[in-house]
Ligand binder design. Sequence first.
Ligand code: FMN
Length: 149
Amino acid sequence: MKSLVVYDSKYGNTEKIAKAIGSTLSKSGNVNVVHVEKAGITDIEKVEILIVGSPTQAWSPTPATKSFLESIHAPLHNMPVAAFDTRFKRTRLLTGSAARKIAKALKKKGSTLLAEPESFFVTGMEGPLLEGEIERAKSWAKELAKKPQ
Ligand SMILES: Cc1cc2nc3c(=O)[nH]c(=O)nc-3n(C[C@H](O)[C@H](O)[C@H](O)COP(=O)(O)O)c2cc1C
């Protein structure tokens, strides 16, 4: 199984989650964890699972994440995908969720969502992550790896 985890991160929290997801997925195959500014469409073409994560900023994915999503022109042909974000642990009506917008954009490109968009929580603007979030990210990734591709 070849997985690609694409992430953006201003303060490092989303990067930590992306790396935890990557380390779990690496137990079932080849994984690349790539910063969104270094990810290109060529990376995507050969992957079997694509995971995209971003901090939630102003209810949305970061501008770089949005540009990356917009750069995907070719249909994803039911490619299995999943989306995650980091954000404050409050009702989603107040915080918004980058993951939901990422998932929506990926679905529009013709992919298949492997799981509901997931959020991992920070305790403040710059973090740190709430206790247990790295483990929760690993469990989430473990479930993704079990899903039929
Ligand atoms: C410009 C800006 C806007 C933000 N807007 C939101 C928001 O709408 N909802 C939310 O829950 N958190 C918001 N946050 C907090 C971020 O989600 C938090 O900084 C992020 O999870 C940290 O991840 P990172 O370390 O990967 O950058 C915002 C942060 C910044 C810097």
